[in-house]
Design a protein around this ligand. Sequence first.
Ligand code: AMP
Length: 186
Amino acid sequence: MHIILFGPPGVGKGTQAKILSERFHIPHISTGDMLREEIRLETDLGKKAKVLMDAGNLVPDDIMIGMIRGVLTSQRCVNGIILDGFPRTVEQATALEGMMKELHITVKRVLSLEVTEEHIMERLLKRSETEHRADDTAETILKRIAIYKKSTAPVKDYFISRGMLSAINGEGPVAEVSQRMLDALQ
Ligand code: AMP
């Protein structure tokens, strides 16, 4: 089962992706985590990505599309994935659709987690106190939200127009949000 988790930074995609991953025994693929691993390993990609990520910018589409192609064709993802953090642009969404078609994969559902903007700011600032991510400073958070609105929000319309998206209220206790997602997958 292939599921795409969509939503702004700090909406709780990572937390929910882990829950769905355990429930359905399919890997949680977070492009943000994959990039942070490249940074940790100090690869060429990691070095390039770090500068962009620390400033709150997106990593170029061609790099991200290549990364996801590798994931989709990997053995451990043959039974499905919970995709978190991709696609983030309409170009990535179009490329993903092409790859899925080529690999005969059908997306079960795009689950769009939705909370108010104040909530997002609050959650990201709280996360900065516990996770110490380089891109969770107040200034970078604002930049990431702005980039989300400009480049990523249109992806939602893309999936709506294809009848693939279910909007999920992301407010409230984690377990309640998970239940809403499971209901949407019925
Ligand atoms: P995340 O952990 O999903 O919040 O991602 C952290 C950062 O990684 C983002 O702010 C981007 O700089 C980069 N990133 C992750 N996924 C993508 C993607 N699909 N396209 C472009 N940049 C990405």
